[in-house]
Design a protein around this ligand. Structure first.
Ligand SMILES: *[C@@H]1O[C@H](CO)[C@@H](O)[C@H](O)[C@H]1NC(C)=O
Ligand SMILES: *[C@@H]1O[C@H](CO)[C@@H](O)[C@H](O)[C@H]1NC(C)=O
Length: 338
């Protein structure tokens, strides 16, 4: 958020002098601009008026695009409700708000397809994850096992050892221990091409690779062939179990440095759960630049979770930039719908 000095000079109370800057405006101010921005709940740029997502209805297989109610605002959930009245709708496309065209669509078959073996993954129900933002209704993306979104042909996403930042807001109470409720950078081939070929946020209580303190769920990094909770594979006490309904989760990486951060998306600051060197065998990274949501890099799709918003950046965002993004998320006032 930015203050208008002139208004402060006039002595108006601070709350009336706050100017909303969306998460991607904040990342741009920090010289780490969004190169992909996905949300079904709200615009992630102050000036964004384009489509947020597309729903497809079962009654006649037609589609409609859902936009924010105002520039930079909350999704027009009523438009979805009208279009989907008397039938069911699924989320067919989550549009990229960055202008790079990095839209997410139904994930194709991969090396390990789990419940959707041999075929494309399922689409999410358009009404599976209702919430409110500052009292206004919106819908998140409910990932059931077998559901997944992907883009293997992206623009501007980090490859190789290039730096990047990723955040998402998710439901901290909807998770499992299967692989993998991920959002972030993955293989362009939909197959496991080895250590260091991914850099994505994972959320859940899988104990097959890394774990943190308590019994989970944990925010971890999926760097391929492993979920990492800290410096070393397996247990890292610094990565806490998460108990918030709405969670802000962050993974970021640059040459031989990466970090996990997180917090309550409705209140308070972010904490850093790890910031240090790469695990052995992950320096340099071999990122490929595809984007996944709700699945692993090889399309492992046994996991569940709920996604509300997230971005990927060019460059390694500063903690200060991320802290400002967290303040914006808190101000958006995620809440459960009554
Ligand atoms: C919609 O498309 C699906 C998949 O192609 C098909 O099975 C279904 O019959 C179609 N429904 C209508 C109403 O056309
Ligand atoms: C990680 O493993 C290395 C090598 O075994 C060890 O020296 C280091 O102390 C470990 N770090 C943590 C945080 O446990």
């Amino acid at each position: 958020m930015l203050f208008f000095p002139s208004r402060l000079a006039l002595g108006l109370v601070a709350t009336t002098s706050l100017v909303a800057a969306g998460p991607c405006d904040i990342y741009a101010s920090g010289d780490t601009p969004c190169v992909a921005a996905h949300s079904t709940t709200r615009a992630l740029y102050d000036a964004y008026t384009g489509s947020l997502y597309q729903v497809s209805r079962a009654s006649d297989n037609t589609t409609t695009d859902i936009a924010p109610l105002t520039a930079g605002g909350v999704a027009d959930a009523a438009a979805q409700d009208t279009f989907c009245a008397g039938t069911t709708c699924s989320i067919a496309i989550i549009f990229d708000q960055s202008g790079n065209g990095n839209h997410l669509t139904r994930a194709p078959p991969g090396g390990f397809d789990g419940p959707a073996a041999g075929g494309y993954d399922n689409l999410a129900s358009a009404t599976g994850a209702p919430i409110t933002l500052n009292g206004q209704k919106a819908y998140g993306v409910l990932i059931e096992p077998g559901t997944g979104y992907r883009n293997d042909d992206t623009v501007g996403i980090a490859t190789g050892d290039e730096p990047e930042g990723i955040y998402e807001v998710l439901d901290g109470t909807n998770y499992n221990g299967e692989c993998c409720f991920d959002y972030g950078n993955a293989e362009t081939s939909n197959t496991d091409t080895g250590a260091g070929h991914m850099e994505a946020i994972y959320f859940g209580d899988s104990t097959g690779w890394g774990t943190g303190s308590g019994s989970g769920p944990w925010i971890m990094a999926d760097m391929e062939n492993g979920l990492f909770s800290g410096e070393n594979a397996t247990y890292n006490a610094g990565d806490p179990s998460i108990t918030f309904r709405f969670v802000t989760a962050i993974v970021k990486g640059e040459p031989n440095e990466w970090a996990i951060r997180g917090g309550d998306a409705t209140s308070g600051p972010l904490s850093t759960f790890y910031n240090g060197v790469r695990p052995a065998g992950y320096n340099p990274m071999k990122k490929e630049g595809a984007i996944i949501l709700g699945i692993g890099g090889d399309n492992s799709n046994g996991a569940k979770g709920t996604f509300y918003e997230g971005v990927m950046t060019a460059g390694f965002p500063s903690d200060d930039t991320e802290d400002k993004v967290q303040a914006n998320i808190v101000a958006a006032k995620y809440g459960t719908s009554s």
